[in-house]
Every structure is written in C-alpha cells, then in structure tokens.
Design a protein around this ligand. Sequence first.
Ligand code: ATP
Ligand code: MG
Length: 265
Amino acid sequence: MVSRRFTAEVLNVGNELLDGRTVNTNLSWICGRLTQLGYVVRRATVVRDEKSEIARAVKEVLRRRPRWLFISGGLGPTHDDKTLEAVSAALGKRLVLYPEVVRRLEKRYMQLFEKGIIKDPALTPERLKMAKLPRGAKPLENVEGAAPGVLLERSGVRIVCLPGVPKELMSIFERELAPVLAKEAGGRGYVVRSLTVKDVVESVLAPVLVDTMTRYPSVYLKSNPKGVEDGSVVVVDFIAEKSREDELRQAMEYFGKKVEQMRGG
Ligand code: ATP
Ligand code: MG
C-alpha cells in the first residue's frame, strides 16, 4: 500500500475525448511524469464538458482523498469551458476576478494585437472569463497561452486545473508543479527500462516474467505485445524504485539469459 502522500488522480474534461475525436495524450503524459516523480496514479476519470458531471467527478475524487488531483481541459474562453465553474460549485466557493491575471491577459492580448494576430486587444467578457478563479486559488502562469492554471487545496487534497492544450498543460506542469512534486517526493521516483524480445510469444514468456519477479521482488515486469506481423515482438518494461536500480539491472540480465536459454532449448 502506497502512503497517501504519494497518490494522485487525473480528471480529463472534454467532449472530444469521449467522442473519440481526440486521443487523451494529456492523461498518458501526466501519468508518465507523475510515475517518474515517484507518485502512484490511482485512478483516472474522463467526463464531458458539463458542469454537473465535472462537479460530481470532483466530489467523488475528494472522497477518495488522493494527495493530488490533476484536472485537464475546459479553462478557455468559450461557452463549453466550464471546469472552474464546476470546481467552484463542488467546493462551495465563488469565482472571483483576479487582478493579477487580468493584467497578464491585458499584456498577452496587447502582444497578439501588436503582432497583427487579433484586431482588438480589448478584454471582452470571453477573455475576462479566464481571470475568474475560485476564491483562494493560486493562479499558475501559462507562458504558452492565455488561460492560467489553478492550484487550490481542500481537505488535504491539492487540486490542479490545467488547460487542455497539451503544450500549455506540459509547460505549466514543468514550470510550476514538477519542482513542488519532486521536493515533496524526495528521493522517490521510479526507473523504467525496456527490453525488446523478438520471436518468443507472450504466453511462452509468461513463466519467465513470474520467475524473474519472484527472484527480484522489488522489480516489476510488464510485457507489452507489439504485434506478430513479421514474427512476434514483445517489449518488456522493468520498473523499480530509483533506490533499487542495481536490482533492476540484475533482473534484466537474469531475464535476458532465461530467454536465450529458451530459444536454445
Ligand atoms: P483553451 O484555453 O485553448 O480553450 P481549454 O483548457 O479550454 O483550452 P479545451 O478547450 O478542453 O482546453 O481543449 C483545447 C485543445 O486541447 C483541443 O484541441 C483539444 O482537442 C485538446 N485537448 C483537450 N484535452 C486533451 C487531452 N486530454 N489530451 C490531448 N489533447 C487534448
Ligand atoms: Mg474543451
């Protein structure tokens, strides 16, 4: 059982994700980064751009009390961007105008105007919407776009809202959150290495996977079959905590030898 301190959940918002128009790369990216940083993502939820659905999902996550909740999508200026409204409702907070975010938006739209990208730099109600954050939230600077990220805390759960645009999401995560997460997790974090095994099918590899994990219990092996068109290819991931890197190396060697023996035999 992982200490609650190092747990996270992800909530992705967007009709496009559930209509199958957009691949949920934000989820795989966030999960990958959190794993590297030493966290365990316990669950991911995907909901449509509906205020009640988002609010309900947030309340459900809060009941499970992970340390972090990462929400993506729905922070923009359009009518279907309802994430902050929903999060505010779920927490019983009001949306309030943040003057520092207004100033940043003014600057951004002025720059876009000067570059000739927009005809009018005025802060329309749509643009101003992005400066309304749940009371008490901390804005997270978005250097790649307009809508800032948002960080707030409720009952020991840190809730982060990030824009859906992958480039913006990644940039806010790396600049504003990764240092905090790395510090919180200390020396934790996982190492992942992979071996590609050709021409031995997964069902034949199965006992070798178990044998290796029994011998090296701190190393977790996960096999990923990659298709059998030109002969079988299986990529095997070896996962261990950073402090167990030696065992991970030994497990890879052991596994490699066993597979070679099987080929020979
Ligand atoms: P914006 O400020 O641009 O309006 P937003 O926070 O409102 O950002 P969305 O409107 O939900 O974000 O999505 C913006 C873009 O990002 C869309 O092109 C969408 O397909 C893409 N996107 C949204 N969610 C994801 C996701 N989970 N994975 C990959 N791409 C995504
Ligand atoms: Mg959207």
